[in-house]
Write a protein that binds this ligand. Sequence first.
Ligand code: MOS
Length: 744
Amino acid sequence: MNAPESLPLGPVGQSTDRIDGPLKVTGHATYTVDHDFPGLVHAMPVGAKIAAGRLVSLDVAAARAMPGVIEVFTRENIGTLYRVAKASGVMVDERRPPLSDDEIAYYGQYIALVVAESFEVAMAAAASVTAQYEARAVDVSATSVADDDMQTEAERGDPQAAFDAAEITVDETYVTPTETHNPIELHASVAVYEDGRFTLYETSQAVVNHKAALVQMLGVAAEDVRVVTRYLGSGFGGKLWPWPHSVLAAAAARALGRPVKLEVTRAMMFHNVGHRPRTQQRVRLSADRDGRLTSLRQDYVVQNARRDEYQEDCGEATAYLYSTPNLRVTWGAAKRDVGSPTSMRGPGAVPGLYAIESAMNELARKLEIDPVDLRLRNDTLHNEDEDVPFSSRHLAECLRTGAERFGWRERNPAVGAMQRDGRILGWGMASASWMAQRLGATVAVTAQANGRIRVATASQDIGTGTYTVLAQMVSRVLGVALDRIDVCLGDTALPSGPLSGGSMATGSLVPAASDAARDVANKLIQTATEGDDTPFADADPDSLELVDGQVRRKGQTDGVGFMDILQRARLSQLSGNGRSGSSKADPGADERSTKSFGAHFVEVSWEPAIARLRVERVVTVIDGGQILNPKAGRNQIEGAIIMGLGMALFESADYDPETGAVLNSNLADYIMPVHADAPELDVTFLDHPDYALNELGARGIGEIGLAGLAAAITDAVHHATGVRVRELPVTVEALLEAPLPDGQ
Ligand code: MOS
């Protein structure tokens, strides 16, 4: 799409330090658990020790008798907590309110809540609670679903006939394990109940939705709940929707009339607040001798909770990524004795593209076609699933640029054929894609007589740089320097703003922030023409403009600063408002497809004698539209690559088949990459603004860096070792199958 007639980008597109950086590094940023109030008490949930069955009895006598314990809440005394209506559109993944019956559906499900004067007493008292259960046999497997329970997600042509007729085919099954979000900041709630009103300090990626959910669960009026998340110690999707601890903290605060702080334990992070579910995906590809896909099928099974309906949409990118006349994607949920899954960074497309891109690499080997070439031969500028063109698609340029930067043409495809410094090298690559949409947003921009500009929306900054990009957007329109702009976020008392998820927040905020800034500029101009104490008395507002924070006559260089305008008019402030809707309602929305694209190139090194595998370097090229803050943007992609490295090589939450508990529910046993694992990173953003979603041409970049990376790594592992790992993560045990090369 072409650029709309508009202002120059100004500070947009410039690498900009985070405006909230100094607050964070000096410890002045207020995270949820930093909130403290007079009379505040501490709550700790008690988790079930079975994963399936019924709670028969609870013994809380020892807890109640402990000095410092204020109350122990159970189903008997917590009061009524309500469900969130599906019809309301308000999101929550675990729908059953906590403590609402005696059924246990997953290990660690809350069965009681202890409240005490101190955190330590609350912990000790929670540990002293005992329970009797009627347990059922646990099932945490997730391998298959009856054919009748599989649903069709996308379909075109006749993939079966094309597959049967093809000379070259791939038919493999890929498995991704349960992965757990492990932000450094634990989930927490600090609930204050005063005069019938709740103020809830939450770890939330979506305060507006959180409020709407808590209003329903607590059974109160919308104006009686305010949700605040000023800063978030990351969320990765785990903090998008409310989890049971939040309503428990609020209910306890209401019952006791004292502020309640509840911070879950790291072990609870593995059981009670969602995870990326295990997936098993069968992928079938067929191609002609020239490498053109004649069919593509993906049939996937996702592990799910017994009571909930989360879909890990592994088919998210499948139906549009490559051109093929014949395609089918089907899926089914394997309901098991585990907690509800939820979105984890790049939900759906990330495990989905691991499978699809792995199969593409296997197909390239069979065809003896370079894997970059194979993708180029199947590239398309048309979304064949929706039968509409892409608004902007530069996958081919991502592939070519990445190959060039990586030095891909030096590749010798024979297994084990490349060496450096006595180590075997493996090279692998994959494509990436992620959706792009705009959500509704409202933003207020206020010019103040103290010379500062205030930008306000309820949206939150989850650590990605939202404070900073909002200041950049407003600075561009008003010409006021970033250090005179204050951004207020993360509070439902502010104008309603979008969730921070799906890589949608930045692109969603552009129109509303720009319009709000233009609105206040127009009001400043109008004000400058009114009253006695103004150099522009009776001027036609159309003859004036606002440049560099000053109102001036068009074509002239000197003007009057907005602070002066406001003071002369005896105004404390002047606000402008901007509002925009969902991109789905845009004119022409159904005539184009808006997605982001990318490519990863990976080098691993392999030392067979000691079974040591390392990711040495990653080259990534992203086609994400205009990048508003390349410094923060690069940080997003680099973080996603490290997360993808964890997905490929380390991460797996393992359920005990006997108890249904996660065996490695701590940061010692759940392995994640550390600094010593970090490869050399080379991130390039292509310069193709896409004006389908907003005037800045921005799409979004939080998640795409993770998509495809695991497939590039496992293909590099195959190139180095000859071992094709189709179940993540890659383990040393799997690589011990690798043949030793000659002379070792
Ligand atoms: Mo992302 S999983 O939408 O926070």
